[in-house]
Design a protein around this ligand. Structure first.
Ligand code: ADP
Ligand code: ADP
Length: 225
């Protein structure tokens, strides 16, 4: 259970999030939509501890993120994986090296997990390729494998399909759904595009200028292969 309580974020002279409250059940796929500038990325950065709230709290499994020791903070961050619009793969590393990076950063060498995740995302044959040799959809598959490699409980997706065409968007949405079903992860799927969000998410929060405008219950309808 993740609770966002009266969360606000003020940048210099701009209030990016204004008293936002909602909660997310374990295992939910939550959509968050809003126009550019509505505060979606800021919300994910606060959940990810990349930014500190001006006021309010995020409480995960009963523990508030503003009360974490350094060790707890590292454990908390390990629970979260993130996927971005522009994939953010390292150009001078192979696919397998990119996926292994989060493990290497914490001194782990579970290369069998890298291989099994690459095959899970359908990139088993491309382990030794470089990002520049891959299509956008393939790069996002690799980025999803990288986000999953430390077995997170939560996956944050920030405009994860916004650079992809319709077909690749559908494939990535199916992969996210499959990741959810296979590993039981909670997904936050952020997009400016309501139609895309509605393919994947049962509940959609609508943000406007840092406020929660409303919540939409939805029947997801993933495109078939
Ligand atoms: P979204 O992801 O919905 O496009 P953001 O969370 O990126 O929105 O931004 C919300 C608002 O906060 C925007 O007006 C943006 O310009 C502003 N903003 C975001 N990051 C910063 C920052 N580091 N410094 C100042 N303003 C920021
Ligand atoms: P184990 O306790 O052996 O890790 P699990 O049932 O948790 O067993 O996982 C089964 C397989 O799925 C393992 O190969 C594990 O690495 C992988 N796995 C589990 N959770 C995740 C996750 N959140 N993201 C990616 N892979 C995962």
């Amino acid at each position: 259970m993740i609770e966002v309580k009266h969360l606000s974020k003020q940048y210099a002279n701009h209030l990016a999030l204004d008293d936002l409250s909602f909660s997310v059940a374990k295992n939910e796929i939550l959509g968050i939509v809003g126009k550019s500038g509505s505060g979606k990325s800021t919300l994910l950065k606060l959940i990810n501890l990349m930014e500190i709230p001006t006021s309010g709290q995020i409480v995960i499994d009963g523990q508030s993120t503003d009360q974490l020791s350094n060790k707890q903070m590292a454990q908390y961050k390990a629970k979260i994986g993130m996927v971005f619009q522009h994939y953010n793969l390292l150009a001078n590393k192979t696919v397998a090296q990119n996926v292994a990076l989060p493990l290497r950063l914490v001194g782990k060498k579970e290369m069998d997990r890298v291989a099994s995740l690459l095959s899970f995302v359908g990139m088993g044959e491309k382990a030794d390729a470089y990002p520049a040799d891959l299509s956008g959809g393939e790069q996002q598959r690799v980025a999803i494998a990288r986000a999953l490699v430390r077995q997170p409980e939560i996956l944050l997706c920030d405009e994860a399909t916004s650079s992809l065409d319709e077909e690749n968007t559908a494939a990535i949405l199916r992969l996210l759904k499959n990741s959810h079903d296979t590993f039981g992860i909670t997904i936050f799927f952020v997009s400016h595009d309501l139609a895309t969000v509605k393919q994947l998410c049962e509940r959609v929060l609508v943000l406007e200028a840092g406020h929660l405008l409303g919540t939409v219950d939805n029947q997801p309808h993933l495109a078939a292969e």
